[in-house]
Design a protein around this ligand. Sequence first.
Ligand code: 13P
Length: 333
Amino acid sequence: MGIATLKSTALTMVAPGKGILAADESTKTIQKRFDKIGLQSTPDTNLAYRKMLFTTPGIEQFLSGVILYDETIRQLIDGIPIPEFLESKGIIPGIKVDKGAWQMVNLPGEKITEGLDGLRDRLIEYKELGAKFAKWRAVITIGDGIPTDTCIEANAEALARYAALCQEQDLVPIVEPEVLMDGTHDLEKCREVTSKTLKAVFDKLKAHKVVLEGMILKPNMVISGKDSSTQTTSGEIAEATVQTFLEVVPKEVPGIAFLSGGQTPDQATENLAAINKVSPPAGGWQLSFSYGRALQDEALQAWAGKEENVEAAQKAFLERAKKVSEARSASSA
Ligand code: 13P
């Protein structure tokens, strides 16, 4: 394992002013996104959409990396493999390697992320295809009597085994335990579950001897449920989020790159700015972003599946990326 390589890739992924675009929607998820613009997902339409995003002039000012999907990492832009195309712009290519979250047996409403079988071989291939980092997403649902300890433990164990396998191949693992925003729970409940989940994850990462300096944490913000009767301000979200991470995230972790998790682009931007304004700035980690929907929603709407809209869509994408980058650079000063 090349610890120096892992550390330097991780630091580049959370370089000041930049963040990671999550463009790794699975075949099922990209269809859900395309439904909003009435478009059928095919390898060709998926490529047309992602090409629009990746060829946006100037986007490299705001993006350190892009997370790709298995289909995309094998596709070409103007005859150039996509990982090589991104590298030529100074953007690091990464790859989603989990095989999705599936209903757990005997635990209604809870999911376990699959994909460990054969992972070592898949990582070797992705590395050959140009990936420098990987992503694995676990989902934790808040509801009546859930999450159970069993669900949290099983997902934490899988995340740690995935992370260890990535580092064996010099790939930086993005460790993503997402506590979902779905539900009526309040901020305090989200804080409690996020804290418990992160504690379990770091216990398992340590047990599997994952090098914390060579990973990136991709968590949810501490935020009330989408259907909660008590919605909170970005200041409250920021305080609760930073406080939680100070308690449970070891200072060796170089960066925290938040997911947007169903927040609107404006909410995800505002909350990230508030988090970065909270002083003192955490345990030394960079507080960055790895957004999917919050970076893409406006561009997708503007594009609407039409070649003639590419320029307008790229403008929307660049503008949002710039705003999120500024949010990530906000300070209390
Ligand atoms: P969202 O920002 O849309 O939540 O997506 C981030 C991601 O990569 C989920 O795994």
